[in-house]
Design a protein around this ligand. Structure first.
Ligand code: FAD
Length: 288
């Protein structure tokens, strides 16, 4: 099944994102998390992909088992930067063999620790090139990333939106947004995207702040802004992890509730492999 079909049924779709365990942890550790998350009856679960291929085998293996062992639709993320066309072709073949029908097609971040990395020398420089190749190769459902506050590398928001439109026109079924902490940013972005002629669903990606250090790292990477309300929580609970977690769950629940009132097509939760906390959010907002 292609996940886009879920969004045609009218009810808001809950989707979840997990990441494979680090290479030095047994892969089995993630299945306890997945088992708990499947009890939330998500429309699908996405599995992230380590840029550069570090988690390549695990992404495919975990996605395949989500489908096979839990009968939940799976989405395999795939980043193209630093891959050759031949490698991408092999991964797509493997996904097909494993019965994965949906791909989140991404460029991936530019490695920070490689001084000699040159984007212009890569076989893939942008996600739209991957999307073109995926489309030509097989009948996958294709999802892609949207950046409501603009992608950090892009100097002008309108150029980023032009690039997004071009990407969608290559054959994207559905966009999932980067995290944001102020729903007005998402709503404004959707308005601008519609005006630009982007007509696929744009599903908001919500990341609960459960840990101050982790969120600082994420914000550093993706450039999301922190509104005053969130800033005051981070200040207040910086040294109190238990209260930070409670406040983070409440904040994310509030964001989701507000989005549902606005009749979004669905909500995508970045679970950070924390099933208990995600369950609380889903229960708080009545999304199952
Ligand atoms: P693109 O759409 O290629 O955009 C990247 C930059 O290039 C933007 O600034 C854009 O404006 C510009 N651009 C695009 N096309 C053109 C063009 N034709 N000419 C000039 N400029 C252009 N990372 C991982 O490593 N693994 C994951 O599993 C993963 N999952 C993610 C899931 C979601 C929902 C999101 C939002 C992000 C995820 N990321 C993941 C992070 C992602 O890889 C980074 O944000 C990356 O820097 C950009 O990826 P993209 O696919 O949006 O790139």
């Amino acid at each position: 099944m292609k996940v886009i079909d879920l969004y045609r049924k009218g009810a808001p779709v809950l989707s979840l994102e997990i990441f494979p365990p680090r290479k030095d942890y047994p892969v089995e550790t993630v299945f306890t998390t997945i088992e708990k998350l499947t009890r939330l009856q998500p429309g699908f679960i996405g599995v992230t992909y380590g840029a550069g291929g570090s988690n390549r085998d695990r992404t495919v293996e975990i996605a395949a088992r989500i489908k096979r062992d839990y009968q939940v639709e799976a989405l395999a993320h795939l980043t193209c930067v630093r891959h050759t066309r031949q490698e991408i072709a092999e991964i797509l073949d493997e996904l097909q063999r494993e019965g994965i029908h949906n791909i989140m097609a991404l460029r991936g971040d530019i490695p920070e620790d490689e001084d000699d990395f040159q984007l212009e020398k890569q076989e893939y420089r942008y996600a739209y090139q991957l999307i073109n190749d995926v489309r030509q190769r097989a009948d996958f459902g294709i999802l892609a990333a949207a950046h409501p506050e603009g992608h950090p590398e892009c100097r002008r928001l309108h150029e980023d939106l032009d690039n997004l439109k071009r990407k969608v026109d290559c054959g994207v079924d559905l966009l999932v947004t980067q995290l944001f902490f102020d729903n007005r940013i998402y709503c404004d972005f959707v308005d601008r995207a519609i005006t630009k002629g982007i007509d696929c669903p744009i599903v908001p990606g919500i990341m609960p702040v459960l840990n101050v250090k982790q969120i600082k790292r994420m914000v550093y990477l993706c450039g999301a802004s922190i509104p005053p309300k969130m800033l005051s929580l981070l200040d207040r609970y910086e040294n109190n992890p238990a209260d930070m977690e409670k406040a983070g769950i409440e904040y994310a629940s509030e964001q989701v509730r507000d989005l549902l009132e606005d009749h979004v097509d669905g909500v995508h939760l970045y679970t950070m492999n924390k099933p208990e906390q995600i369950t609380q959010i889903v229960d708080n907002v009545g999304l199952r």
